[in-house]
Design a protein around this ligand. Structure first.
Ligand code: ATP
Ligand code: MG
Length: 500
């Protein structure tokens, strides 16, 4: 038996339901915000990440999956499984000339798997999913605040509670030069109290000392100078602008001067969305979204000198947090926590065919035709090619949570009527089946269409708008009074000519 590679996992059943729900909400918020979707490749040249995130960042120095792009010994540029999405998005923005008048696209959204070789644990995987957005060519603080608001609103709409927006400004190169000196001075006499990683970062990247998880409780780290006291005028004004816009947008936030983000390309705005489970105050908080501004990045990767700001959401952590929250809510309300992975599907109809060999061909042909018609009508229908006993087929219908079972058995064929059974109430209704007209070599006969419409009427109480459009071969509207638009008083001619 093969097992999953360490740090990789399958998302299925109830987990997939949560994953997909989050994806839909994020897609919807991206649409409302005017973002264009882009599907980016999983593999990029490794140099893209060293140039953007920096060789000293954790993702490049420790976590990236890098390999050769050739089977022979021929030397080619190494390629990498993408560890993050901003650099590929910027690469695509430049390469596809989205900055030109002709192709102009300023707001892009993407979703997909990222890969980092880190120590797997809860909420930390080697393949994980990010939903990312990037906004180009605006320096306005309004853009930063809009993104933060979008992330916060989407997660709130998803239903996750206990989410906090933490905001900082890490200034520009000028403000940082002075600030980094101040940090080095502050830690100069306390280097020994820092972890090994921080001792190494002291000279090259002193700001990283602030967001070290190991030294989070170190008093020297807690009392370190704050970047916000070192911002130049322009950076200070930008930071005030972001805070003012967030207030105008009604998005709650707190300023946290220890957020520095680990990648070289960030400047000014840096933010994180942090989740702390409400039902368990002892549980550790986790960062579920990180983002910020990267004004120099597009230029440094060979593009025009345009600004950028974006975020990446950790979809795995968000969906797991909501699953946990829902489970806790169920526990508190004494609801049974059954394993949903099997019962997640709710089929509209299960087609049962308990038939003897004489009736098999005809019965299965009718069943196929009904399945096809109902699926075209948008219903979820399960048909198995089995002719076993009705009892075992009803059991199967329950396994799929079918609302209705449509029975086409020997009795039904003899009586020329289908039986539709409401699985919750046990109520059963016959629908006449005209076998003379059923041409079982053609599964789209007029009879089948009418039959399907009858079943859909029954299932939806005859309340399905646009039904006629989806039932197969029901095209002869002119001869059908129900669909004779010209005779329909409610139909206003003026309204129909909107394209003229
Ligand atoms: P962390 O400090 O937790 O390692 P990070 O700073 O490396 O996070 P980012 O590069 O900012 O993370 O990625 C954005 C988001 O993606 C994170 O806030 C997190 O929610 C998620 N994320 C990052 N790495 C992983 C991972 N290995 N597994 C699952 N989610 C991850
Ligand atoms: Mg990390």
């Amino acid at each position: 038996m093969f097992t999953r590679v360490k740090g990789f996992r399958d998302i299925y059943g109830i987990s997939y339901h949560y994953f997909n729900g989050l994806m839909s909400i994020l897609d919807e918020h991206a649409r409302r915000g005017g973002f264009t979707h882009i599907e980016l490749p999983m593999l990029e040249k490794a140099g893209l990440f060293s140039k953007s995130a920096g060789n000293e960042s954790d993702i490049v120095s420790k976590e990236m999956y890098v390999f050769s792009n050739t089977a022979s010994n021929k030397k080619t540029e190494p390629i990498a499984l993408r560890p993050e999405g901003t650099a590929p998005a910027v690469r695509a923005y430049i390469e596809n000339k989205m900055y030109t008048q002709q192709y102009r696209i300023d707001k892009i959204a993407y979703a997909g798997a990222m890969f980092r070789r880190e120590r797997p644990q809860r909420g930390r995987y080697r393949q994980f999913y990010q939903y990312g957005v990037e906004v180009f060519a605006t320096k306005e603080p309004h853009a930063d605040a809009e993104l933060i608001t979008m992330a916060y609103d989407a997660i709130t709409e998803y239903g996750l509670k206990g989410v906090e927006v933490c905001l900082n400004s890490i200034g520009c190169k000028d403000c940082r030069r002075e600030y980094e000196d101040a940090l080095r001075n502050h830690f100069a006499n306390h280097k020994d109290s820092l972890c090994q990683d921080c001792q190494e970062r002291y000279h090259s990247r002193p700001m990283r000392l602030l967001d070290c998880k190991k030294d989070a409780q170190n008093t020297h780290t807690i009392n370190a100078p704050k970047i916000t006291d070192y911002l130049c005028n322009e950076c200070g004004e930008h930071f005030d602008g972001v805070k003012n816009w967030l207030n105008t947008m009604g998005t709650p936030f707190t300023v946290d001067t220890r957020i520095v983000r680990g990648l070289d390309y960030y400047m000014r705005t840096a933010f994180e969305l942090v989740h702390t489970p409400e039902h368990n105050n002892d549980a550790p908080s986790s960062v579920i979204c990180g983002g910020g501004r990267y004004n120099g990045l597009v230029k440094s990767l060979g593009g025009p000198d345009v600004e950028g700001v974006g975020f990446a959401m950790g979809m795995d952590r968000i969906m797991e947090a909501l699953m946990e929250q829902d489970k806790n809510h169920d526990d508190q309300n004494d609801q049974t926590n059954e394993d949903h992975s099997q019962t997640l599907l709710t089929a509209d109809a299960y087609i049962a065919t308990p038939l003897n060999t004489n009736n098999q061909t005809l019965g299965q042909s009718i069943a196929t035709s009904i399945t096809k018609g109902l699926r075209r009508a948008g219903l979820c229908v399960i048909m198995n090619p089995t002719c076993s006993s009705l009892k075992s087929q009803l059991k199967a219908a329950n396994r799929y949570n079918a609302r209705f079972t449509i029975i086409i058995g020997d009795n039904e064929i003899a009586e020329e009527a289908l039986l539709v059974r409401d699985m919750a109430s046990g109520e059963q209704v016959h629908i006449p089946l005209n076998l003379d007209e059923h041409n079982h070599t053609n599964t789209n006969t007029h009879t089948d269409s009418e039959l399907c419409e009858g079943i859909v009427d029954l299932i939806f109480g005859g309340d399905v708008e646009g039904m006629a459009d989806v039932i197969p071969d029901y095209t002869d509207y002119d001869n059908d009074d129900d669909y004779d638009y010209d005779n329909d008083d409610d139909y206003d001619d003026d309204d129909t000519n909107i394209n003229k």
